[in-house]
Design a protein around this ligand. Sequence first.
Ligand SMILES: C[S@@+](CC[C@H](N)C(=O)[O-])C[C@H]1O[C@@H](n2cnc3c(N)ncnc32)[C@H](O)[C@@H]1O
Length: 203
Amino acid sequence: MINDSSAFLTQFIRHPLTTGAVLPSGSTLARDITATVPQRGHPLVVELGPGTGVFTQAIQQRLAGRGHHLAVELNPTFATGLARRHPTVDVVHADAATLGGLLSERRLAPADVIISGLPWAALPGNRQSAILDAVVGALDTTGVFTTFAYRHALPTRPARRFHRLLTEAFDEVTVGRTVWSNLPPALVYHCRGPKAVASGSGT
Ligand SMILES: C[S@@+](CC[C@H](N)C(=O)[O-])C[C@H]1O[C@@H](n2cnc3c(N)ncnc32)[C@H](O)[C@@H]1O
């Protein structure tokens, strides 16, 4: 998708810290990170940071018209484009940290699945904690949270801090295979058993 790639690059140049990548994720990473979307029933699926919609498309394919898909995007250009392309998705231009309020406004139950495309390693500690608190507060006790990390960035301080926050916030954090075909290579964290709000560190 050359148009998506150039749109993404433009947004990276304008908003490098919140966009957090120069290219959209690839389809293999999208398949891995959305594998937790149930293929039966009517789940509530929340997507954070959809960008140009690679994960959105994969979620919609798995839902096949079932459930409710809420996509929360901070960048108005991405949000407008996504809403146009996916009229059946509940796209909202908002900060992921306000997720609890967004669900309350819609009178929606806790989420069955939350899928994040957020650039965690580009966020300061207080923002990581605030958004992770919102995720933990919005997720059903039997729900699952998936998010990805770029492999090359794992040794960095923000990425290690984020991993620590995940292990504080969930009973179980497992790491998926590395998707080497992704640019850059990335892996998925699967988090279950939300146990408490993340502790703010700011470090
Ligand atoms: C690394 S891009 C990932 C985009 C897409 N999920 C993908 O994998 O191609 C990060 C996305 O998160 C969005 N974002 C960053 N901070 C956000 C926040 N606080 N709330 C909602 N979206 C945010 C950015 O605008 C961007 O669309």
